[in-house]
Design a protein around this ligand. Structure first.
Ligand code: TRP
Ligand code: SF4
Length: 400
């Protein structure tokens, strides 16, 4: 539980585009080789804002998973699952709701922002207010410590940390905690026990952070300790009770440098996207008709790349020599805009070819996709069940 576990989710809102690929997916693909990774479709989260269009959830969910696989997420390295197929998320959400102050939810910045942004929708619902708490449950149920998210999601991770802290504070104090912790210390063996006590005292009495770090490292090393004792001793270090829910960190995803066809950020709501597995013909057409520097009315008018959306594509896709060729050719009117766009078109198609290739088996045989996801759901449920056992016990619900 103390090694890195990465968890992230996406709402199924339709086909992913190159902005998602360059921002989020490439990052996931890298992480899956470095850490244990869990990636899930946040279909319940989609319902918080799209409860009036339930008929599109399923289609969007499967399409999105195909996009993940197309982008290089590999089920041999990452667990891929659907939120709604792990009902433990809902149970944890409910249990956490008992200790979640309304004010905390009302103060999460996305609450008011989104309500204003989606003013045409009635979002004065319980589910929408609880969006960050459901997200907290998604994270805490796997004791995930690294959560790759964009800047906008950072307040949700901070909120999750506060909920975990509050939960541990309220429920981490089992009866006889000190005695149990003392007994667990003895099980460390006399040398380690002495070291643990010494480090704990240095931290608690003198606020020595280095001592806290060393004591944690000591616990990570110990082999012969069961999970409850281990958690007790982690909790005891800081004076408090058991750490039942672990506080996660936001792993900030760098904002995508991928611009939209009009030079604004690529986003479905701006209608300026190229989807991940878009038809070749359509990609070619979209880039050919992309706006360019408005000052270049005629082929013979010189242009200025910094005023041109095509130039931002060159910055993502082109090598230095190609960029120099485009820049110089534009300013001298040595090249035409269609000519300038061609290397970009080639690179986008080249990037997409393996994605279409990877997606094909799943499109041809949806049962392949279903079985990957069923596998992932099963793995996720097993992990979620472990946490839920501890949570139920801590909340006095472990009786028949
Ligand atoms: N709220 C996230 C988003 O809109 C999606 C999400 C739901 C999520 N649950 C999560 C992300 C848990 C990370 C971890 O992007
Ligand atoms: Fe844009 Fe290239 Fe045309 Fe210059 S030549 S305006 S950079 S498309």
């Amino acid at each position: 539980m103390y090694a890195d576990r990465v968890l992230s989710g996406m709402r199924p809102t339709g086909a992913l585009h190159l902005g998602h690929y360059h921002g989020v997916l490439k990052n996931w693909v890298r992480l899956q080789h470095e850490h244990e990774c869990l990636f899930f479709v946040a279909d319940w989260h989609a319902l918080t804002t799209h409860y009036d269009t339930p008929q599109v959830i399923e289609q969007n969910a499967w399409e999105m998973v195909i996009d993940w696989l197309a982008g290089g997420v590999d089920p041999a390295h990452a667990t891929i699952f659907l939120q709604s197929k792990v009902p433990e998320h809902a149970e944890l959400h409910l249990l956490l709701s008992m200790i979640t102050p309304l004010g905390w939810l009302e103060r999460v910045p996305t609450y008011k922002d989104q309500q204003e942004k989606l003013a045409e929708k009635d979002l004065s619902t319980y589910g929408f207010l609880g969006y960050p708490l459901l997200q907290a449950a998604d994270i805490l149920i796997y004791r995930a410590n690294q959560v790759p998210v964009g800047e906008d999601q950072v307040p949700h991770i901070e909120f999750t940390r506060e909920i975990a802290r509050r939960f541990n504070h309220i429920f981490g104090r089992e009866p006889g905690f000190e005695d149990k912790a003392e007994a667990a210390i003895k099980r460390l063996g006399s040398k380690r026990a002495r070291l643990y006590r010494d480090l704990r005292a240095r931290y608690l009495e003198h606020g020595d952070d280095q001592a806290l770090e060393s004591a944690r490292a000591l616990l990570e090393e110990v082999q012969n300790l069961n999970l409850s004792d281990r958690e007790r001793l982690f909790g005891y270090l800081e004076g408090g009770g058991k750490v039942i829910l672990a506080e996660p960190n936001a792993l900030l995803t760098e904002a995508s440098r991928m611009p939209g066809l009009d030079g604004q950020k690529m986003s479905k709501s701006y209608n300026n996207t190229i989807s991940l597995r878009e038809d070749e013909d359509s990609v070619v057409k979209k880039i050919r008709t992309m706006p360019t520097d408005p000052a270049r009315v005629r082929r013979t008018d010189p242009g200025e790349p910094s005023r041109c959306p095509v130039w931002t594509f060159h910055q993502v896709y082109s090598s230095e020599p190609v960029r120099q060729w485009a820049e110089a050719g534009c300013r001298s009117a040595g090249i035409g805009c269609l000519e300038c766009k061609q290397p970009v078109i080639d690179r986008v198609l080249e990037e997409q070819a393996p994605m279409r290739e990877r997606a094909r088996p799943y499109q041809e045989d949806p049962s392949l996709l279903r079985s990957i996801v069923a596998d992932g759901c099963e793995k996720a449920r097993a992990l979620a069940a472990e946490t839920m056992r501890d949570v139920r016990e801590a909340m006095g619900l472990d009786y028949d």
